[in-house]
Design a binder for this molecule. Structure first.
Ligand code: ADP
Ligand code: MG
Length: 243
């Protein structure tokens, strides 16, 4: 992974950026900077991932008119950089897993999260198909004034159930894993989402089971636990699976 200083020091138009914070990223170089004293999020894609930048741009450009997602100040096709507005806030993964927020506060947050998904799916829905956000993990949301979704490189035409089950898998399998509280939060998330949309979540249990197995690539040390819960959910159903 390249450091953001490489871009700022070597490309003249970024010389005026002051790095405030570097974000964790598996593929890209992401930083909060002051650019001409204005707060901005700078996302620098590696050369091989220009397609991802184009996809993320399309979703942001169309969606930011009506959704709680960043808007794009600039798309730099030469250096593969997106400059977005920066949201002050806390990553949802830390909010749910690290903070000492009481349960009722976390409940309120997952209700907002379910509303965010319902609005996203409504917004991009056509007569023929749905667009999902993709990579629906807690880390791709910020708790700012409300819930903000970020990172749309994997947005694509697919079924909403994929987003909803990926999100549930992220909630259940991030540390602390599979606690009673996590199951309760998922239940509230699913019920709220279902109450706001007119479509079904087809094959929910199979999809959730699959989403849990997909987590193995990020948590190989927890393979056994993930497989156990994936099997339970597939054969007994989510509602009968208690931690
Ligand atoms: N517009 C933004 N405002 C504030 N923080 C952001 C913004 N965009 C991304 N982040 C933070 O940076 C992290 C990495 O950005 P992200 O777009 O998810 O990159 P990657 O695709 O490499 O995961 C996110 O998890 C989030 O914490
Ligand atoms: Mg991300």
């Amino acid at each position: 992974m390249k450091d953001i200083d490489e871009l700022i020091n070597n490309v003249k138009k970024y010389n005026n950026c002051l790095v405030q914070r570097r974000f964790e990223s598996r593929k890209n170089t992401v930083a909060y900077v002051l650019k001409d004293n204005q707060p901005r999020l700078l996302k620098w894609f590696p050369p091989g991932l220009k397609n991802n930048m184009d996809k993320e741009y399309e979703t942001l450009a169309e969606g930011s008119k009506g959704l709680d997602i960043p808007f794009v100040y600039e798309k730099d096709n030469i250096n593969n950089v997106l400059i977005l507005n920066y949201f002050i806030g806390e990553n949802l993964c830390d909010v749910i897993n690290k903070g000492r927020r009481p349960f009722h506060e976390k409940q309120r947050i997952v209700v907002l999260l379910a509303d965010w998904f319902a609005r996203f799916h409504h917004y991009f829905k056509t007569d023929k198909d749905f667009r999902i956000r993709g990579d629906a993990i807690l880390r791709n949301f910020i708790l700012s004034n409300g819930i903000i979704g970020v990172d749309f490189e994997e947005s694509r035409i697919a079924k909403p159930v994929e987003d909803i089950t990926t999100m549930c898998a992220s909630i259940l399998s991030s540390d602390p894993m599979f606690t009673f509280e996590k199951f309760q939060l998922c239940k509230i998330f699913i019920v709220t989402y279902k109450g706001s949309v007119r479509w079904e979540l087809e094959n929910f249990n199979q999809e959730l089971s699959y989403a849990l197995l997909e987590r193995i690539q990020w948590r190989p040390e927890d393979e056994e636990t993930l497989r156990r819960y994936a099997d339970k959910i597939r054969y007994q159903g989510f509602s009968k699976t208690i931690s």
